[in-house]
Design a protein around this ligand. Structure first.
Ligand code: MRU
Length: 349
């Protein structure tokens, strides 16, 4: 099942669906320079941890085009040292961004001594970015296959934010599980949290599931407890932006609350993510940097003022769900359960 073509790259131009316009308008934009790639990530035109990583990898190529035709190898590497930290400054939480940039940097360094011109490195970096993109397609399908085994025919699952094709190369992580279960012939129902303040659940998840003909019911975030108590939910699956070595998981703000509610109601809470979302440098979730975003996202949701001028606003974009609340992490190598340091290592290795 092909879902959406979130981003493409050709001849130095990164083309992506402008996700801020959905669901009203499906429009693609071209990023022709480094600044427009940075802006697209910062403003969530492209968003979701794996998609941010892919965009950043292609962003390196967009930013190196001119240097890529410069015969001087030194000039190429000087530009690389500007481009990578600049892209890394766009958003702090999704580790896939840094993972992809590190991988691009390592690729360039691995051939530094052997090549004569920047153009040779540029060609290798374009191939590496394409490989990161293709890999993500494969990982998402594997996650879908493993996750689908956790769902029974007739189940209803809740999801928060958007971890679908729009957030990845094309198939998703949490939503991949629903796509794969449907492909396997299971009839499932999805409840989508609207996901304040930027409404990724309402705008993107509901849109993607409708596009694919999957039954979806949209609820406001504050309805999840009631829906669970009414016995309508068999499980929860969400994506992740960064997972620490012990399984503590950062995901869209509100995820932690959903996990607490699921625990209270005895409902299994799963995370679906590739290993590129794990940060093994962090012992636990305490060290995960949480992005603080513009207060206007809370006070002026989509242009309309909904809070009085001058009110203090706190707008963290992510929260951390402790590993103890997570029944399993669905990865491309299988389902990690129980979620602890040892089991994560075992599945990874
Ligand atoms: O701020 P966003 O929209 O980039 O946040 C996205 C999420 O929190 C997703 O759940 C996460 O990145 C996983 S996407 C497969």
């Amino acid at each position: 099942m092909q879902t959406v073509e979130t981003l493409t790259y050709k001849d130095g131009v990164l083309t992506l669906i402008d996700q801020t316009l959905l669901p009203v308008e499906l429009r693609k934009i071209d990023c022709r320079d480094l600044e427009s790639v940075w802006e697209a990530i910062k403003m969530l035109r492209v968003r979701g941890a794996p998609a941010i990583g892919i965009a950043a990898a292609y962003g390196v190529c967009v930013g190196l085009q001119t240097a890529g035709t410069n015969p001087s190898k030194e000039a190429f590497f000087r530009r690389l040292d500007e481009v990578i930290p600049y892209l890394a400054s766009s958003r702090p939480t999704a580790v896939n961004l840094f993972w992809a940039l590190d991988r691009m940097k390592a690729k360039a360094e691995s051939v530094r001594a052997a090549v004569e011109t920047g153009a040779e490195v540029f060609a290798l970096l374009e191939a590496e970015a394409r490989e990161i993109h293709e890999e993500d397609r494969r990982l998402c399908r594997a996650i879908g296959r493993y996750g689908a085994e956790l769902l029974k025919d007739g189940d209803a699952f809740l999801t928060h934010c958007n971890a679908g094709g729009l957030a990845t190369a094309d198939y998703g992580t949490a939503l991949a599980v629903f796509f794969a279960a449907t492909e396997a012939g299971k009839k499932i129902h999805v409840y989508a949290d609207e996901t304040r303040p930027l409404l990724q659940g309402a705008r993107l998840t509901a849109w993607e599931l409708l596009q694919r003909g999957i039954d979806v019911t949209l609820i406001c975030d504050n309805m999840a407890a009631m829906v669970m108590r009414q016995g309508k939910i068999n499980g929860v699956i969400v994506g992740a932006d960064r997972i620490a070595s012990n399984g503590d998981t950062a995901n869209k703000i509100g995820t932690y609350g959903v996990a607490v509610l699921a625990k209270h109601h005895g409902i299994p809470f799963y995370v679906a993510a590739p290993f590129s979302t794990f940060d093994f440098t962090l012992a636990d979730g305490g060290g995960i940097p949480i992005e603080d975003r513009d207060p206007k996202e809370v006070s002026h949701g989509f242009g309309k003022q909904t809070a009085p001028d001058g009110v203090a606003i706190y707008n963290p974009a992510f929260d951390v769900t402790p590993a103890g609340l997570i029944a399993g992490i669905i990865t491309e190598k299988g389902v990690i359960a129980p979620v602890d340091r040892e089991t994560i290592r075992k599945v990874y290795e």
